[in-house]
Design a protein around this ligand. Structure first.
Ligand code: FES
Length: 241
C-alpha cells in the first residue's frame, strides 16, 4: 500500500487498495454505517485529512448521503479537514491541566513553533512538521499537565520539556511516550485507529502508579465496595436502606 507519511499538503492516493480496506472495515459490522468512524480514520491515514473525495467515497460504499458522512466528519474533533503535519501535538488546556501548567505549555509552544491553535509548522522540505492544537480532557488528569503526540500520552509536562519534545520530533529523533510506546507519525496512528494494528499495542503499562493510587490505598486499608442487596450488583446500596 502506498501511504505517504511525510509533511505534505497533497492528498495521497485513494486507490484500489484503500477501497478494499474500506470494504474490510465495513465487513466488521452488522450495520454497515457503523463502520464510518474507522473508515474516516483510514482515509486520514492515506490523505492526511478528510477530503471531499473521501467523503464521497464513504457515502458511496455505505449507501448514505455525503451530507451524513460530512456531519460525522465535522462533528468529531479527531477528524481534520485541513492537512495535519507529521505529528499532531495536543496540549490539554482543560481545567486541571490548565491550572497545573497546560496554559503555559500551550503559550510556550505557540511562540516556539510560531503557529496558532490548529495550525501547522511550514514544510521546509527537511524536518518533520508539527500541528499544534489545544485539546480537551483526555482522562489523564492524574498526570496533569499532559501533552499528547498523535494521542500518545506525555505525562507531567513543563514548558521546557514540551519544547524539547517538539524539537526532538522536528529533528527526527526517536521519541517515546512517557508510558513507553515509540511515537509514530500521525498517519501511522490513524491507521491503527482504523483497526489495522501495528506491533505496539502492548507497549507500556496499562495504568500507572498515579491512576492506581486509590486502589492501592483501598487494599492497604482493607476497604472494599459496599455489598448490594441483589445478586448482580446493580442496585445502589443507599436505595435499599
Ligand atoms: S484536564 Fe487534562 S487530562 Fe484531564
Amino acid at each position: 500500500m502506498t501511504v505517504s507519511t511525510g509533511p505534505t499538503d497533497e492528498a495521497g492516493p485513494l486507490d484500489a487498495t484503500t477501497v478494499a480496506e474500506l470494504r474490510q472495515i465495513i465487513a466488521r459490522y452488522p450495520q454497515s454505517r457503523s463502520a464510518l468512524i474507522p473508515m474516516l480514520h483510514l482515509l486520514q491515514s492515506v490523505e492526511g485529512r478528510v477530503t471531499a473525495r473521501g467523503i464521497e467515497m464513504c457515502a458511496d460504499l455505505l449507501g448514505i448521503s455525503a451530507a451524513e458522512v460530512s456531519g460525522v466528519a465535522t462533528f468529531y474533533t479527531m477528524y481534520k479537514r485541513r492537512p495535519v503535519g507529521t505529528y499532531h501535538v495536543g496540549v490539554c488546556t482543560n481545567t486541571l491541566c490548565a491550572v497545573m501548567g497546560g496554559d503555559a505549555i500551550f503559550e510556550r509552544l505557540k511562540d516556539h513553533l510560531d503557529v496558532g491553535n490548529d495550525e501547522t509548522t511550514p514544510d521546509d522540505g527537511g524536518g518533520a512538521s508539527i500541528t499544534l492544537e489545544h485539546v480537551e480532557c483526555n482522562a489523564a488528569c492524574d498526570y496533569a499537565p499532559v501533552v499528547m503526540v498523535n494521542w500518545e500520552f506525555m505525562d507531567n509536562q513543563t514548558p521546557e520539556s514540551a519544547t524539547r519534545l517538539v524539537d526532538d520530533l522536528r529533528q527526527g529523533k526517536e521519541v517515546r511516550s512517557t508510558r513507553g510506546p515509540r511515537i509514530c507519525t500521525w498517519r501511522e496512528a490513524e491507521r491503527v485507529l482504523a483497526g489495522f494494528p501495528d506491533d505496539r499495542a502492548d507497549d507500556g503499562p496499562a495504568a500507572g502508579p498515579a491512576s492506581l493510587l486509590g486502589l492501592r490505598i483501598a487494599r492497604e486499608q482493607g476497604w472494599s465496595a459496599p455489598p448490594t442487596e441483589h445478586a448482580g450488583g446493580t442496585q445502589n446500596p443507599k436505595e435499599g436502606s
